[in-house]
Design a binder for this molecule. Structure first.
Ligand code: SF4
Length: 438
């Protein structure tokens, strides 16, 4: 068969005012832009496990205006999409089906809403795609696709992880490539729509496989920038203490997402910097204690860690690794004071990079279920609003208008040229002072 793989990428923002701001403030939506420009590791991984008798074409679909240029000589279309673009993914599915080409849709949205997705395609792959892909191919060849493919309860064993088919990419179009070392996260935040939706438990890929993937990337890109596409990379620090020394001398630059516990381990931070770690992204979620209590389903880890937030940022940045601190605005503990509180926190901690997004009820999350129960969803099932920059819930301590206007003002302050340059220069100055002292 000839298989077309279509990741739906691109940024979506419904709020026109914020969209305009995004165009004028370079730092705003920066992380979203980076994510949108990453290749789809999920589809590349499925491509990597596809038997060689099949042919694969990997085509990014930034917008459906270009639909007519998409390949039509395929036997199966595989589509993955974020919630915000799911309507466009469905349009693409209808377009292929109208040409008699069967369509399979997978990913976190389809996993949360398999009933909805199955109305728009021939088959839905729920959960981790590796669990059902070979069966999907076999059934597609026989012309008897099932409506829904569900993974076994045990999920996919990362010891069996196939090599992603990086060779399908035109490398000149990307500024980062992704490697996954783990799936899941022990914290289970109420709003989390990451791989926690796909897999209930934290699991890791064997180090030898990760090294193979790095070497494969090095074969096509001499000095790559690698994004470790984990939800929480350094949960198992012993794993990274074993992996990182093997990255010495490879000329990598890399990025990872983590919780702040990595700040407890100076030896690991040193190793990270030595092997090319440029930045870690940390979800602080709230710059004040009030938003943190009850944020996780089990335990209150971030709430307990709150007194250590500032010190952790300083420790990590003192190792020459920039911190991208993420804040979710509109948590139930947030009042209208939150906008100033974010700016004050960023100024005090001299965070290099900051990402402020609005609380977003993604499908399938405990947050969505709670807000639905509390009748606080503004437009239930309007997935277009799942952009992180659009409001689709009634905040607990302010009006929708106050959240909207306050967020807009916050974005203007956080991402002004002046504040951005100040944060970056503070990081560089602090590093220079430390060097001079040595
Ligand atoms: S810490 Fe981050 S990755 Fe982990 S559950 Fe919370 S939001 Fe998800």
């Amino acid at each position: 068969m000839k298989i077309g793989m279509f990741p739906m990428s691109g940024i979506r923002v419904c709020d026109q005012e914020l969209l305009r701001l995004g165009l004028t403030l370079p730092g705003f939506v920066e992380r979203s832009k980076t994510i949108a420009s990453l290749p789809s590791l999920g589809l590349l991984t499925l491509a990597g496990m596809t038997p060689s008798r099949h042919q694969i074409e990997y085509v990014e679909v930034p917008d459906l205006g270009q639909m007519e240029s998409l390949p039509k000589d395929i036997d199966l279309a595989a589509i993955s999409s974020f919630s915000a673009q799911i309507d466009e993914a469905y349009d693409l599915a209808h377009w292929y089906r109208s040409k008699g080409i069967p369509v399979v849709i997978g990913g976190s949205h389809a996993t949360a809403e398999p009933g909805e997705a199955s109305q728009h395609c021939d088959a839905v792959a729920v959960g981790e795609g590796e669990c059902s892909w070979l069966q999907v191919l076999e059934d597609a060849e026989k012309g008897c696709l099932q409506r829904v493919y569900r993974p076994e309860a045990s999920g996919f064993d990362l010891a069996q992880a196939p090599m992603p088919a990086y060779e399908l990419l035109d490398i000149s179009k990307y500024n980062r490539l992704t490697i996954q070392t783990s799936r899941g996260c022990p914290h289970h935040c109420e709003f989390c729509a990451s791989s926690v939706v796909l897999t209930g438990k934290y699991k890791q890929k064997p180090i030898a496989k990760v090294l193979d993937e790095i070497n494969r990337i090095l074969a096509i890109w001499k000095h790559p920038f690698i994004e470790f596409a984990d939800d929480n990379s350094f949960v198992d620090r012993a794993y990274w203490r074993e992996l990182l020394p093997q990255l010495r001398g490879k000329g990598l630059k890399w990025f990872a997402e983590t919780d702040l516990s990595v700040a407890d381990d100076p030896e690991l931070l040193h190793l990270m910097r030595e092997t090319g770690c440029a930045q870690v992204l940390i979800g602080f979620e709230s710059p004040v204690e009030e938003g943190l209590s009850g944020l996780e389903l089990h335990g209150d880890w971030k709430h307990r860690m709150f007194p250590r937030y500032q010190e952790a940022i300083r420790t990590i940045q003192s190792h020459g690794i920039t911190v991208n601190g993420c804040f979710v605005i509109g948590l139930d503990g947030h009042s209208t004071a939150i906008f100033d509180q974010v700016v004050d926190f960023v100024r005090e901690t001299e965070l290099y990079e900051v990402q402020a997004t609005l609380l977003t009820p993604f499908p399938g999350t405990p947050l969505y279920a709670r807000l639905e129960r509390e009748q606080r969803l503004l437009e239930p099932r309007n997935w277009k609003k799942c952009t992180l920059f659009d409001i689709n819930f009634k905040p607990a301590q302010m009006s929708v208008g106050e959240l909207h206007d306050g967020f807009k003002r916050l974005v203007v302050r956080l991402y002004s040229d002046e504040f951005t340059k100040w944060r970056r220069s503070r990081f560089k100055d602090a590093l220079r002072v430390r060097k001079d002292r040595r």
